[in-house]
Write a protein that binds this ligand. Sequence first.
Ligand code: DLL
Length: 436
Amino acid sequence: MWNDKAQRLPREELRTLQLRRLQDQVARLSDRVEWYRRRLADHGVQADQIATLADLARLPFTGKTDLREVFPFGLSAVPRSELVEVHMSSGSTGKPVVNAYTRADLELWGDLMARTLDMGGVGADDIVQNTFGYGLFTGGFGVHYGAEAIGALVLPISSGNTRRQLDTIVDFGTTTLTATPSYALYLAEYARENGVDPRSLGLKRGFFGAEPWSEPMRSQIEDDWGIEAFDIYGLTEIIGPGVGSECHEHDGLHIQEDHFYPEVVDPDTGLEVPPGETGELVLTTLTRQGTPLLRYRTRDVTYLIDEPCRCGRTSRRIHRLMGRTDDMLIIRGVNIFPQQVEEVLLRAQGTAPHYQLVVDRHGSMDSLEVEVEMTVEAFSDDLGDVLALERRIEDDLRSALGIQAKCVLVNPKTVERAITGKAVRTIDRREVKTHV
Ligand code: DLL
């Protein structure tokens, strides 16, 4: 196992290490980061009051708007000259979120991504085709540093240019694909359309993340490519990918707890909920220097899994992400995550895994329309069969989600594919109406 000692640390030792690192981190922040010094003082907390891990709850949360306030380097715990790299989220609204890395942060990132790739069996003989974007986005560089640490052969092809992606798999004998799940599906579809059976290409595994995806989506990707698919999680603010990753057990994502302390809280009250109970993931970096964060509200919804994993790693896990609090739709009082709709759609026979949700408001009444592509076979069925399939999906949506939704089957290849970024699943027309 990569960095075997760290990943198998007995829980008691791990907790002792976490506490020591937390104490050091809080002391460093109150010494060196003006913004945190004030924030801790406003909360009436002093660094020397952190005596146990439970004292974490006394510390203030950090949110996305806070990061914008200190843009770009206001949280750094080291002089500017020690920062060696920067990554940023796209920041579609307001200022982008920046993460600045020291040399030690980059080494840590490489180690965590090496742990991740090693969990899926990547070794020095593997050829990793990294379709995550290289640049300010963390996906490309994160995977790259991990593959490099392991000594695998990396193809830093970045995102886009699907023809070249396919040719590269064929020419180089890629064994490992890293991609957003939606792009992995699109690439398989593209291969088939161009007369290449993706299953014949010899890929062994893939690491997928950066956007929500469901269990049926995993089965579809595994089936399309004949591979084992691993879920990888991370976010720009914390380090990028490498925060949580699946092992062969596929029973939740191991949080790299020696560097990131996870809590799950009730998003409304901010109070911690017990393992097994769903809430918002909150992460504290324990060792980061360039952009350390205390109790960062990720807005990602999941629950903690406390039981030991059969793989032998001692870290706690999170259930695969269920959605983001800001992507949750409230339709006629019912809370829905797009992924729940995806699960229903992918279980239906005759639909392809390309869909979009359109939410609208007529008077005071919210409506949800689910547009999903038919498979080519279903498309050639007669109209009666298509209508029957639509009704069947509507029934399934009603029993799974408890709301009435309209299903519209659309022609194959009409839902836009995300070629370079993250898939856009929801169009909420209510927002436009509220703004005008
Ligand atoms: O997406 C980092 C990343 C790159 C993760 C490559 C995995 C692979 P951001 O652009 O800052 O960073 O977006 C982070 O994406 O808060 C989640 O809402 C979502 N996300 C990331 N991974 C997953 C996943 C990268 N495996 C945000 N499942 C996070 C569900 C995910 N959502």
